[in-house]
Design a binder for this molecule. Sequence first.
Ligand code: NAD
Ligand code: TYD
Length: 384
Amino acid sequence: MTIWSGAVFPNSCPSRGRMATRRLLVTGGAGFIGANFVHYWAGRHDADRIVVLDLLTYAGNRTSLAALESDPRFRFMQGDIVDTELVRALLDEENIDTIVHFAAESHVDRSIHGPADFVRTNLMGTAALLEACRLTWPAQSDSHHFHHVSTDEVYGTLGPDDPAFREDKQYEPNSPYAASKAGSDHLVRAYHHTYGLRVTTSNCSNNYGPYQFPEKLIPLMIVNLLTGKPLPIYGDGLNVRDWLHVEDHCVGIEAVIERGRVDQTYNVGGGNEWTNLDLVHGLCDLLDEQFTARPDLATRFPDAPPAAGKSCRDQIEFVTDRPGHDRRYAIDGEKMASELDFRPRIGFTTGLRSTVDWYLDNEAWWRAVLDGSYRDWVAKQYEG
Ligand code: NAD
Ligand code: TYD
């Protein structure tokens, strides 16, 4: 049952009511969070149409959506969000009423090496999408909705005793990634104030879970352990992140889309702060335990330290710090809790365990990412 109704919040989204069917355009749906969101939404909203628009950059992996490829409710289109005409045609042809915008360049380290791609996709791409909506959807329409997925990194960094990020925290982005996302948030806001587009934004903390590209901390560490590589910890390892399971993030986004107020920003966090070092220690201990409990793992992963009787912690190496490395992120989830009755449900031990199990059980997925063959799958499957 919906707790918040349009009668309580006249601006709540959408005016149609909770049970109405939707026609979604999910940008970046072949990426980590996008793919999880598409599976989540398809499993809970039987009657909805889901169209994914994804450029399939290095981070886009169509195999993550393989289970939906033959579903008549689902369509995948490879394309660039920067291409306003392409987006307009898709909005028209598919009669899209809801956009959930994930597409982005998302890795801070890559943004330090090459900021231009981040400005192009995150800023110009979001601008192009918004423009496609303005030019295609009826002006001031109550039945169209643009949800923008953003990050807590727009708020900058926290000291150890600072209060967690609230929605009214001043923006202080420190990396090119965070700055490009901050710019995109401002554009979304401006399209509401100037053109009356119904928008919502969620800024969330670090996600983890299935289908995450092994360049981000948790999957990188798991995959490095299984393949016998070192575990690179930046600086002193005492930077703090607030970890949120991706499924909880999907539930949070659903809550904002269904019950959030127009033109509002919602911070979605895990309430789960860890230093990188403690987190990696925890992952190491989990893997050690799994190798003890499951003798088959030593045969499948002979390069992993426990296969040679060593502890995974022995693989930790402290490496040069990331330039401008934000010290701490933490989300204050009070607005999500009080307005939308959302609280993360997946505890960190359970979430980490299931994530480790997912990487153990889906070796083909990450091996294909490591050797690049995930990019050939589309050609093999669809071209001829
Ligand atoms: P990701 O890098 O795994 O996926 C991004 C997807 O966008 C890929 O499938 C890629 O092919 C696609 N894409 C990139 N450029 C495109 C373009 N020009 N046109 C169309 N598609 C394009 O990212 P993610 O981790 O799934 O993050 C999704 C969103 O969530 C991003 O907007 C990110 O800023 C935000 N976010 C992520 C996290 C996190 O921990 N991963 C935390 C907070 C916010
Ligand atoms: P990351 O997963 O890249 O997310 P973000 O930079 O968006 O928070 O990194 C999470 C934390 O882990 C961050 O403090 C940087 C650190 N880190 C390492 O120490 N070693 C690594 O190899 C990576 C990828 C990250």
